[in-house]
Design a protein around this ligand. Structure first.
Ligand code: UD1
Length: 313
């Protein structure tokens, strides 16, 4: 096992395991940490070269142990989902804020060069301006959005106060292989893929005309790898997305084609804490990272459906 140069937090989760896999493919030494709150042991399959630590980053001793000797951290560990945070805001705060702070303290202590942080588009809230750009004032609505934004602010603070290099990437609705489709808090595309492949009706919250800038996981991974190396980005916050938005009604149409599902679609009440539209301006990541989304939404959706199909959903 190569000496770990990289630490991936939340390595048993969807995004963390995808970043870890890309690093291992490049022959890098990787350490992963996860407390299995939402991560799954099965997601570690195929990450054989990774050194793995089970533990909770809100525990200072775990944070300190996993930071030892590493150069770059990809901080993906969190408790995702807007509605989950509405039900239990304290748990969201512990997993997203306390754990992030402990990690930063430990990273600084260990002499880590850079922390790349998984921020969230939810920081923008439901302001009508589209696309969302980084100069806009944050306007978090849900406890989840508040917690992810607090983590982002801690990143900037640690750069300013202690000189630790940090980069915050605001993800926009990431989807793709390994996203858990089984929880009530799962992302909408994972849920719809699973249900429609199984011949079950998807349920749309509201009229389906809400839109999102869905981002295929490969784009997210590539943005992270660029952010780890780019010069002159320390202390910056930037959107990482596709730069296009699509409504849920249109998503369902595409999924009918890809899955062969021809049954009904249910429409329910709009979800509390939901925002209406989300679209990223990605020019800053293009400029500072040289980022380009290499997989468009349609192709990403096709690959995702194929993955769930192989999984036997
Ligand atoms: C939000 C963030 C996203 C973050 C994610 C973490 C925004 C714009 N996005 O995603 O960056 O990564 O939280 O969890 O704030 N829906 C249905 N039927 C379902 C499930 C969901 O209609 O079965 C709808 C939701 O009501 C919502 C949309 O699909 O309108 C997307 O929901 P979801 O996938 O949970 O993501 P966001 O809340 O948009």
């Amino acid at each position: 096992m190569a000496l770990a140069k990289y630490l991936v937090t939340g390595a048993a989760g969807f995004i963390g395991r995808s970043i870890a896999a890309a690093l291992l493919e490049r022959g890098a030494g990787v350490r992963g940490v996860d407390n299995f709150a939402t991560g799954k042991r099965s997601n570690l399959t195929g990450l054989d070269g990774m050194e793995f630590v089970e533990g909770d980053l809100a525990d200072a001793s775990v944070a300190s142990r996993v930071c030892a000797g590493v150069e770059v951290i990809f901080h993906e560990a969190a408790l995702p989902s807007v509605p989950r945070s509405v039900v239990d805001p304290v748990a969201s705060n512990r997993a997203c804020v306390e754990a992030t702070l402990q990690l930063l303290v430990a990273a600084r202590e260990a002499g880590v060069r850079r922390v790349v942080y998984a921020g969230s588009s939810s920081a923008y809230g439901d302001t009508p301006t589209l696309p969302k750009h980084e100069e806009m004032l944050p306007n978090p609505i849900s406890p989840y959005a508040v917690a992810k934004l607090a983590g982002e602010n801690y990143m900037r603070s640690f750069t300013r106060v202690y000189g630790l290099e940090t980069v915050a990437l605001r993800y926009f609705n990431v989807f793709g292989p390994y996203q858990d489709p089984t929880s009530q808090y799962s992302g909408v595309l994972a849920v719809f893929c699973r249900r429609m492949l199984a011949g079950e009706a998807p349920t749309i919250h509201g009229d389906g005309e809400q839109s999102r800038d869905f981002t295929f996981i490969q784009n997210t991974v590539e943005g992270n790898l660029l952010a780890a190396e780019a010069a002159t980005v320390s202390g910056r916050v930037m959107n990482l997305a596709t730069g296009e938005r699509i409504t849920l009604n249109r998503v369902v149409e595409l999924l009918r084609e890809l899955t062969g599902y021809d049954g009904p679609v249910n429409y329910g009440e709009p979800r509390a804490g939901d925002i209406r539209h989300s679209l990223a301006d990605i020019s800053l990541a293009k400029e500072l990272l040289g980022y380009r989304p290499s997989v468009d939404f349609r192709e990403g959706l096709r690959r995702t459906v194929e993955w769930y199909r192989r999984l036997g959903c």
